[in-house]
Design a protein around this ligand. Structure first.
Ligand code: IPE
Length: 274
């Protein structure tokens, strides 16, 4: 079996996060090229992408991350009357973003195999349920693609947000032949010791373990999932299973590719121990 890499493209990287449902097609084209290059180097790719402006804004407004809220009062938006309709709309909008991702891959002659989580996964967090068998077979040129989504949740909440950062945990740990996990993130080189706007070249944490403090922006006014902190903690969980985990600046394609290939690169290596 060929070896594989799991990569997460942050939603903020592939969309304009402040404006509803706007993909960044240029970045998608460049990222798709890294996937193609990786496969040329005999490494298969399992791709997970985030939501950015296709998921967070509407999910935040309708508080979908909190589950069904029968007593909460919401004003309708331009597409939805209630939370249930918002669940369906966000699912549709994620499929729309996914179509942009897949088109970028197809333009590089790759064959995406799409796995929308609301069709096969339930519950949220890194121990979500759902059979990963669908990701096992992978012929050359195929790319398994999945993404953060609104999924059904057992019990009272009824639904919730399953982040791509949770999907990568089970994909990296449970799928056969996975060598490493890469997070391609927007605007920063990795985890930083100081807030990004104050950071100089020297403030990058090159090897991070969970007791090291870092400063990241978590736009809680926009995000319904955990921002960079979630990636760090999920990354160290994966690293504890002996899988290499790297976080790199997703705007620098040579870094993204080298991280996927396991070559030394500027970024943060996520570890689970001191
Ligand atoms: C969020 O997924 C999914 C929805 C809001 C529907 P992620 O947590 O993977 O998304 P990003 O990377 O933060 O945008």
């Amino acid at each position: 079996m060929r070896e594989r890499v799991v990569i997460k493209w942050g939603g903020g990287l592939i969309t304009d996060k402040s404006s509803l449902c706007t993909p960044d097609l240029e970045i998608l084209e460049q990222l798709a090229q890294t996937v193609s290059d990786c496969i040329q180097h005999d490494l298969d790719v399992v791709l997970v992408h985030g939501a950015g402006s296709f998921g967070h804004l509407r999910s935040k407004y309708w508080r979908l991350n909190e589950g069904f809220l029968p007593h909460a009062r919401f004003d309708k938006d331009e597409k939805c009357m209630n939370q249930r309709e918002a669940v369906n709309t966000v699912r549709q909008e994620m499929l729309e973003l996914n179509a942009h991702v897949c088109r970028a891959l197809e333009q590089k002659n790759l064959t995406p195999v799409i796995h929308p989580p609301h069709l096969w996964a339930q519950n949220t967090g890194p121990v979500f349920s759902g059979n990963l068998h669908r990701f096992h077979e992978q012929s050359e040129g195929q790319v398994h693609v999945t993404f953060g989504d609104v999924v059904d949740v057992e019990g009272e909440p009824q639904f919730g947000i399953l982040s791509g950062d949770d999907l990568v945990v089970r994909l990296a740990i449970e799928l056969p032949a996975v060598k490493r996990l890469v997070f391609a993130i927007k605007g920063v080189d990795g985890l930083l010791r100081v807030p990004p706007e104050q950071a100089s070249e020297d403030d990058l944490i090159e090897i991070w373990t969970p007791e090291i403090e870092f400063k990241g922006v978590h736009e809680s006014s926009i995000d319904v999932t955990g921002g960079i902190g979630l990636k760090a903690s999920r990354g160290s969980l994966v690293a504890s299973h002996g899988i290499e985990v790297m976080m790199v600046n997703g705007g620098k394609m040579e870094r993204v590719l080298n991280a996927m290939l396991g070559n030394p690169v500027r970024g943060t290596l996520i570890s689970d121990k001191q």
